[in-house]
Structures are given as C-alpha cells and as structure tokens.
Design a protein around this ligand. Sequence first.
Ligand code: SF4
Ligand code: SF4
Ligand code: SF4
Length: 345
Amino acid sequence: MTAISSASAAFTGEDPGNRLFGPVPDVTGDRGYADDHPARVGFFTDTSVCIGCKACEVACKEWNLLPMDDAKGTVDALGLTGASYDNTGMLGANSWRHVAFVEQSRAVDLPMPTVGLPGADGGQRPLEDPPVVHPGVPASATTAEQTDPQRTSSGDREIRWLMSSDVCKHCTHAACLDVCPTGSLFRTEFGTVVVQEDICNGCGYCVPACPYGVIDQRQDDGRVFKCTLCYDRLTDGLQPACASACPTESIQFGDLDALQARADERLAALQTKGVEGARLYGRDETDGVGGAGAFFLLLDEPEVYGLPPDPVVTTRDLPAMWRSVGAGAAMVVGLVASAFVGRRR
Ligand code: SF4
Ligand code: SF4
Ligand code: SF4
C-alpha cells in the first residue's frame, strides 16, 4: 500500500511542499527573474460599470490583428449568434476578450442600466394592468409589488443586463504553462502568462489544462492563442489596448497590489449601498489557482457569467500522482526482486 491516498494532504491541496498550488507571494521571482523585476501587473474588471459597448473586444482585435470569425472559430464568417447581443459567444483563438451579456428578469434599482416594458405611459407599464401571476405569489396579494416580483417600488417592471468583459486570468498557478512541452507558454517579467506563436507546435495540451476554458487552438494549424495582456505594449510602457479603450473604466490595469486594494474598497462601497450579490472573483490568493492576475467584481454568482465557481489548477495533483506512481513502481521492483532471490535459494 502506498503512503498517499486520495484523502491525504497531497490530494487535498494542503501539501505545503506542492509548488503547483497555493499562494505565491512573488510569482515572477518564483520563475527565476532577478529581484529587481517589475511589479506584477493585472486587470481589475469592475462589471458593475460595464455598459457592453464592446470597445475592449474591438481594440483587442485591432491591436493584435485578430481575424473576424464566428463563435466556432471559422475565420471570415459573419459572427452573429442570432440569439443575443453577445455575438462573440465565448473566448477563443481569435477572440481574446469576450463581453458576456446576461439578461435577468428581476427587480433591480442599481447599479445596472434598466428598461421598462413598452406601454402607454412613455414606456412604463401602467399600474392598473392585469397582474401577472407568478409561482409563489400569495392569493391575498393585491398591490403591484405583491403580485409581480418584477415590479420595483416605483411600479416599473424591469429587467437588468449583466455585462462582463472576460479575458485570460493570468493565473498565479497557470496549468497551461505547466503542461506546455515546448516552452511556448511562459511567465513574463510582469507576472503575466504569454504564448509565443512561433514556438507553439499545436499539441494542444494546454487547452484542457486551463480550468477556465480560455486558451484555444486555431482551426488551420492547431496553434493556440489567448490574451497576452498586451506584452508588446507593456514592454513599451503602454497600457493594454482594451483598458485604454474602455470608456467607463470597467477594465482597470495596473500593479496587482494596488488593483486588489481598489477592488476591496469598491466592493465595500457597493455593499454599503446595499447592492445585492456583489463579490470579487479571482481576488483570493488562497483559491484553487492561487489568485488571478485578472480578477473581477461580479454582481451575481460566477456561473451566471459562465465562469467556473471554484476553479482549481489542473496540475495540482501531479506531484502526488508521480509520488504514487513511484511508490507503486518501487513495490513492483521489490516484489520481482524478492521472487528472484527466493527462487535462487
Ligand atoms: S486562465 Fe487558462 S490560459 Fe489563462 S493563465 Fe490561467 S490556465 Fe492559462
Ligand atoms: S490585454 Fe491586450 S491581448 Fe489581452 S485582451 Fe486586452 S487588448 Fe487583448
Ligand atoms: S469592459 Fe468597457 S469597453 Fe468593454 S464592453 Fe464593458 S464598458 Fe465597453
């Protein structure tokens, strides 16, 4: 029997010797950069002020000369899903930013833009309309607010749009980088994760390794592409194109420490104002990827935006697995050796 079971510390993320999991105070220095390396940079995306203009998507395509494609990655196809204002569909080899549009039919006061239903009263449904019956509404309900949970205290029926500009998370523990056999994926001096297109051999190992489903292969030669956090611009002292284009500062770029402090303040301010559901995603360095270089302020559960609720770096268990394999191999060798010695006697 090996000393490692699936319930042991090695497989639960509690192993202090596992360098593929857990917080890393200096992710750049950990990769061998000299002590005077630049501060780690990243994105704080405050989705509460995103207006869905997609300027970030366009700026990314333009700066990086990404081809037009549809949601399946077919180049030069007219990329319309036909089901939503979200015509990009998802992140992909040719879409390194993706603005998710989530329509929620519920009462909301702040902070997202809202619209009322069309009606005679300048777009507002009059209060005297026949009440809409919803499951769970008591039969004794008489007022508009009681009979229709979608009505606000002002009598409006409203929906809200959640918009979020998604991107590579530039993880502290980046499984895409861990499994790359060619060194095409590497950690930059800014602490970001970049893929070098001239070194990628198209093996695709990194694609299932990413816990967020970010990195993607092009259909023609299989090479992978994703956000570089504009490495070329950073080395010239410029901020990323998407952050420069965002008109509402939903995408904020800067030193990760400063962004984290700003995000904490923003979250506290929203919670003080009673904004339900506000939370930070990817901010916690004790999460499954050791915290993200690109993290978010969300207004609902991560799943609502198509984000995994509890991502874990997919290489977390590799050390324990190799130790199990080694222990098993040593046991087999021991059995064979003892059988051999026994036969000679
Ligand atoms: S989000 Fe995926 S592609 Fe981006 S650094 Fe993390 S593992 Fe790699
Ligand atoms: S940082 Fe650069 S590469 Fe990444 S999404 Fe923004 S514009 Fe695109
Ligand atoms: S993140 Fe900024 S640029 Fe992108 S859609 Fe939202 S508001 Fe527009």
